[in-house]
Ligand binder design. Sequence first.
Ligand SMILES: NC(=O)c1ccc[n+]([C@@H]2O[C@H](COP(=O)([O-])OP(=O)(O)OC[C@H]3O[C@@H](n4cnc5c(N)ncnc54)[C@H](O)[C@@H]3O)[C@@H](O)[C@H]2O)c1
Ligand SMILES: Nc1nc(=O)c(N)c(NC[C@H](O)[C@H](O)[C@H](O)COP(=O)(O)O)[nH]1
Length: 268
Amino acid sequence: MSEALEFAPSSAALLEPYLPPASSQSTVSKPFVTLTFATSLDSSLSLAPGVRTRLSGPRSKAMTHYLRSRHSAILIGINTMLADDPGLNCRISGASSQPRPIIIDPHLRWTPKRSDKVLQISRDGQGLAPIVLTAVQAGKWPENSVSVLTEHGGKLIHVEPKKATSSGGSRFDWHDILAVLSQEGLSSLMVEGGAQIINSLLDSQYHSLVDSVIVTIAPTWLGEGGVVVSPARAHDEQGVPIPAARLSDVKWHPFGEDVVLCGRLDKK
Ligand SMILES: NC(=O)c1ccc[n+]([C@@H]2O[C@H](COP(=O)([O-])OP(=O)(O)OC[C@H]3O[C@@H](n4cnc5c(N)ncnc54)[C@H](O)[C@@H]3O)[C@@H](O)[C@H]2O)c1
Ligand SMILES: Nc1nc(=O)c(N)c(NC[C@H](O)[C@H](O)[C@H](O)COP(=O)(O)O)[nH]1
């Protein structure tokens, strides 16, 4: 169905200090959280909302798939789901485990169809069916969405939103998202994007939840109008602007023409 990727053990060793422990614990209070994405030099994830844009070269792409093999779940926002029709599986040859896809879809904009790539892949035994986290109450879930997801081994879970955006959208608290994933027995989570998901997790109130950050930087500028990672401004007690987030414990590793930045968020 799709190409098998190779990732050398020597490259894997470089990432090890930033990855969840290999032995998975059966009960965890909070999943190990890795924030990971591919960005351009102007901090864009894609050319425009809804446009799938290849940034990673073959070696950093294989790196991302290796990360997928090392986490029990992979999380994306609904815009990414609708824009990319992603597979959300690990395509490293001989991968011993597959991550559980988690889709953040507060208003149930996704109508699951058997032709969606993530569902085809789960039918083929090449990956797992998604869990969709939604603000919609169980009694209001479309029957067809429930049956298509259930048929594949996926499901919907209600999460109570904690705040609303200026445009009336519901926002979850990341503590609540992680609590649900712990209850599902998922001990590690790779947050893959898109930009709204990443920007919301980079809010200073959530820095203590993020265990590591692994960013692929591609040698390209996407230009104005891109989907940009740029978290909300932070301020000190006097109201003076301060950096929104900073990494320490930083390592830079070239992978082909890209560079992969590993670090840990400074806790506020
Ligand atoms: N380069 C990369 O690594 C990468 C990774 C992922 C996605 N992408 C690209 O990013 C683009 C999509 O990004 P985007 O920013 O438009 O959308 P997104 O994927 O971040 O989804 C945004 C939606 O997710 C929901 N959401 C986000 N945070 C939430 C929260 N805290 N609580 C509840 N709901 C929340 C909201 O409904 C919001 O409208 C696509 O073009 C995709 O191709 C690139
Ligand atoms: N690492 C990375 N490099 C990229 O150049 C790129 N565009 C993404 N984008 C991440 C986003 O989540 C996509 O939707 C999935 O990468 C698609 O997932 P599949 O490959 O179909 O499994 N991620």
